[in-house]
Design a protein around this ligand. Structure first.
Ligand code: 16G
Length: 253
């Protein structure tokens, strides 16, 4: 990334000295937005503190404070002797019901899928329980490796009742876009997260060492009429993802 990228994004004219928010915080927000919108890409090197300061006509202290905050939040990483880079960890809000394809595209990266299996079968007791089905009802299963810019980030096993997805082969990239086209986009979901250690087959699929950390996530999604439509079990690479949740004080008490 060059200082001209800051110019293209009109960062200088968006900094407002008369705003009560300190300049370094404003700059932080603008850099954060540029990362989230994909204008600053993963592994892009930030120009030097001096170059940014002179381009934006702010002090080097302002730039340093902005950068330090983003390093603390995990959006930027500093490598000794090499500079500051856009971090490759992903931040995903836990409160938005988005698809993997949407999350990765929103970060300016290219999502892709490596299929492990796409098949129909009979619901296992666990699937039947999660999807509120009678045991033995037909389901479609999508087992795949989810990648961003070619890097494997997660292994996912999605189970959808065959009633809603009779043929799993129609899903080529995005499950949610297929469901969307049939008017079956989930409206609400429940997620359960826990830390696990990668088993040999999982580590192999993700191309990381056996026994490394993984974030296991189960998502049960529901249609507007509350019928469960999806039960997905995912293993995310522990070194690549941050799931973030925004919390509010419950004002109803
Ligand atoms: C996300 C969901 C997963 C869903 C998938 C659909 C989590 C933990 N999981 O990976 O439940 O099936 O998106 O993505 O967020 P797609 O439309 O790109 O196939």
């Amino acid at each position: 990334m060059k200082v001209s990228t800051f110019r293209a994004l009109k960062v200088k004219s968006r900094l407002d000295g008369s705003n009560p928010t300190p300049l370094y915080k404003q700059l932080q927000t603008l850099i954060r937005q540029a990362i989230e919108s994909g204008a600053f890409k993963v592994e892009d090197a930030l120009p030097s503190e001096r170059d940014i300061a002179s381009e934006l006509e702010v002090s080097r202290v302002t730039v340093r404070k902005a950068v330090q905050g983003l390093v603390r939040d995990g959006l930027l990483v500093q490598r000794h002797g090499a500079g500051t880079f856009v971090a490759s960890r992903m931040e995903q809000p836990l409160s938005k019901l988005t698809s993997f394809t949407e999350d990765i595209t929103a970060r300016g990266m290219q999502p892709s899928v490596v299929w492990v299996e796409r098949a129909t079968g009979l619901a296992t007791p666990e699937e039947a329980m999660a999807l509120n089905l009678s045991p033995g009802v037909g389901v479609s299963r999508l087992h795949r490796i989810r990648c961003a810019d070619g890097k494997a980030l997660a292994i996912e096993l999605a189970t959808v009742p065959q009633e809603f997805l009779p043929d799993p082969l129609v899903v080529e990239d995005s499950l949610y876009s297929v469901l969307d086209k049939s008017g079956l986009r989930p409206l609400r979901a429940l997620q359960r997260l826990r830390a696990e250690l990668l088993q040999p087959t999982q580590a192999d699929l993700l191309g990381v060492p056996v026994g490394g950390p993984t974030l296991y996530i189960e998502r049960r999604s529901f249609l507007p009429d509350m019928r469960p439509i999806e039960f997905t079990r995912s293993h995310y690479r522990g070194d690549s993802y941050d799931f973030i949740a925004e919390l509010y004080l419950d004002s109803r008490d």
